[in-house]
Design a protein around this ligand. Structure first.
Ligand code: 9D3
Length: 261
């Protein structure tokens, strides 16, 4: 795969090649990564790539011409099936399903904006898709582009080690992961759950599945509702609810948490 990133902070992208799955993919010849700086394509004497917004208001807007020139230079290096993707808070929230789809392409051109955003005409003329990481504000599109590149690369065959690729990622199964433990078997008085110390693989499978189901039920009701349960899983959740009920009546009622109002 080839990934080009359009950014006024190409140094940030260099961090991607310094370690992790992206670095490994580059080392193995599975990925070519290149950053393109619109500043190198600015037509004014100052190398300015931003200007004040028409209509007034705070901040600056990235100008279309230098972005378009950087984008066209990147496009010229792409081949096969590729998409131009703008990372922006105005995009839909990126999901594993979209990441998997993008991993099937030959290349990506990622547009990382700064300031208040990018001139909309550049988006209309050049961009195929717009994606956001989620409903919180970060300072620019670079970190989002790096997250997308990492998520896509780990889906490519040969990028992860055997142990890692064999393992199903939790968002693939629709459940949160179970908790993990390693040595020592006792840490600050807390023991590793007994079932994990024995060799009963079926008991371990059931324990992990129940932990995953309960964590998803308690922390991610949105994921839980979207997932169909089989009979074994329904029993585990029923057990959990019974344990919770029993646990509550055995204990004095918790004082209600103070709200922030
Ligand atoms: C109220 C105006 N702000 C929109 C929320 C302006 C603004 C803030 C921060 C415009 C751009 C940015 C920089 N953020 C990104 O480029 C970005 C982003 C993000 O802030 N959150 C989640 N996903 C992404 S993807 C790119």
């Amino acid at each position: 795969m080839r990934i080009d990133i359009i950014t006024v902070f190409p140094q940030m992208i260099a961090a991607l090649a310094g370690g992790g799955v992206v670095a490994r993919a580059i080392d193995r010849g599975l990925l070519t990564l290149q950053a393109w700086n619109p500043r190198d394509h600015a037509d004014n004497a100052y190398g300015a790539v931003d200007d004040r917004p028409y209509g007034g208001g705070p901040g600056m807007v990235m100008m279309a011409p230098p972005l378009a020139k950087a984008l066209h230079a990147a496009r010229a290096r792409q081949s096969g099936r590729f998409r131009v993707i703008h990372l922006t808070p105005r995009g839909g929230r990126l999901t594993q399903a979209e990441v998997n789809r993008l991993a099937g392409l030959d290349g990506l051109v990622l547009l990382a904006g700064r300031y208040e955003g990018v001139d909309e005409r550049l988006v209309e003329l050049e961009v195929d898709e717009e994606w956001s990481l989620g409903d919180y504000v970060i300072s620019g599109g670079e970190l989002a582009a790096m997250v997308l590149a990492d998520a896509v690369m780990r889906q490519l065959p040969g990028v992860l080690g055997h142990g890692e690729s064999a393992r199903q990622d939790s968002f693939m199964t629709g459940l949160l992961d179970c908790p993990h433990y390693t040595r020592p078997s006792e840490y600050r008085g807390a023991r590793v759950p007994e079932v994990l110390l024995g060799g009963d693989h079926e008991a371990i499978r059931r324990w992990r599945l129940k932990q995953s189901l309960v964590a998803t039920f308690e922390k991610r009701p949105d994921l839980f509702r979207a997932r169909r349960l089989n009979d074994e899983e329904k029993k585990m959740i029923a057990e959990h609810l019974e344990e919770k009920r029993a646990g509550q009546s055995a204990q004095p009622a918790q004082p209600m948490e103070k709200d922030n109002a």
